[in-house]
Design a protein around this ligand. Structure first.
Ligand code: ATP
Length: 353
């Protein structure tokens, strides 16, 4: 199986510090990947290494099955056929929209160039603006032109570094799904860097969550949310609370919510302390009088739902979503029903069981 992009145990450092540590990931042709993580975790550095601007200390980068960088050799950026879109767009102000898109096609015949420019203008829906200059366009239009320019030479992989961060939030959400559709239509393999998990969920087939130079998980958005590989991923992606629990037997655990049943992996001794992830959608508020109760400490209106912060008698706090027509007030004592499909458990050092 040939992957369009393959990183194998890639490490990158500056001076004495290693800022990317043994990262491995793969993308199939036409797939969109995303690197997500807090500021300074190494996302941009990793992207720059794929583009050819940073050498590797260890491991390798391969594009379309060909190693372009390892510890012995490094193919120059211009020979990797990697396209890039940055947050500041960097369109050429003195060139028209069509000329901007055609910029990377110099060296091709006039006819081939014109055809590809027209194709991309159509794809990004801006054919009417072909002879305008960048300053005459809105931010969203400029970003679409920057994308079209990067896609024009049919790069092996397109790298997008926070491409929407200069745009206002409403436009960002809309552009993210639009750009995904455009990339899919043209069959582009792409990798995006973002801080924004909604953007990652909207755009990517596969998301990598990074922290301090390490890739904790490279997976679908669904799996990051429902089957996080570490407590860092559990905490970083979506909302949730981690509770200390003890193993009761192979099929049950003792938690601040009482005893919960669920299958545990083999070899976990009764009495072992673990952590349990509880997401806001694992808990429902009920009108029943019996069962576990909690006090409402805070509530946030979110439109369709309220996000409640609740506190158990034990002092443990967690959050829960409930339809907004079902009103409860701060200070109320409410009954809870837990609806956990699978127990998501972690060892004391934060690794999923
Ligand atoms: P952000 O989301 O804030 O852009 P990031 O996850 O993209 O952050 P990087 O820009 O990759 O993070 O930086 C990772 C680490 O490497 C940071 O600690 C940064 O200070 C360091 N770093 C990046 N480039 C260099 C460089 N040229 N020389 C020395 N250190 C660097």
């Amino acid at each position: 199986m040939t992957y369009q992009l393959e990183l194998n145990e890639a490490s990158i450092g500056f001076g004495a510090t290693e800022v990317v540590h043994r990262v491995s990931l793969r993308l199939h042709e036409g797939d969109i990947g995303c690197l997500l993580g807090p500021s300074g975790c190494g996302k941009t550095t990793l992207l720059r290494a794929i583009a050819g601007f940073e050498p590797l200390r260890d491991g390798s980068v391969a594009l379309h099955g060909k190693v372009v960088c390892d510890t012995r050799h490094m193919v120059a950026p211009e020979r990797r056929r990697v396209g890039m879109v940055f947050q500041d767009f960097a369109l050429f102000p003195h060139l028209t929209v069509a000329e901007n898109i055609g910029f990377g096609l110099r060296g091709q015949g006039v006819r081939a160039r014109q055809t590809r420019i027209a194709e991309l203008l159509d794809l990004v829906g801006l054919a009417d603006l072909a002879s305008q200059h960048p300053h005459q366009l809105s931010g969203g239009q400029q970003q679409r032109i920057a994308l079209a320019r990067a896609m024009a030479p049919r790069p092996t992989v397109l790298l997008l570094d926070e491409p929407f961060s200069a745009l206002d939030p409403e436009l960002r959400g809309q552009l993210a799904s639009e750009v995904r559709a455009l990339l899919k239509q043209d069959g582009v393999t792409a990798i995006l860097v973002t801080h924004d998990q909604t953007e990652a969920f909207t755009m990517a087939d596969r998301i990598g969550v990074m922290n301090r130079g390490e890739l904790h998980q490279w997976d679908t958005g669904y799996n990051l949310y429902h089957h996080p590989a570490t407590t860092f991923v559990a905490d970083f992606v979506g909302r949730g609370a981690l509770f200390d629990i003890t193993v009761n037997d192979r099929n049950s655990i003792n938690t601040p919510f009482g005893r919960l049943s669920g299958k545990l992996p083999e070899g976990i001794a009764p009495g072992t302390t673990l952590q349990l992830l509880v997401r806001p959608d694992d808990i429902h508020l009920t009108t029943k009088q019996e069962g576990i109760r909690a006090r409402i400490d805070e509530r946030l209106f979110q439109g369709a739902a309220y996000l409640y912060t609740l506190q158990l008698e034990s002092g443990d706090r967690f959050q829960c979503l409930a339809p907004s027509h079902q009103q409860h007030s701060v200070g109320d004592s409410v009954a809870l029903k837990l609806d956990i499909q699978d127990l998501v458990l972690f060892t004391a050092d934060g690794e999923a069981l």
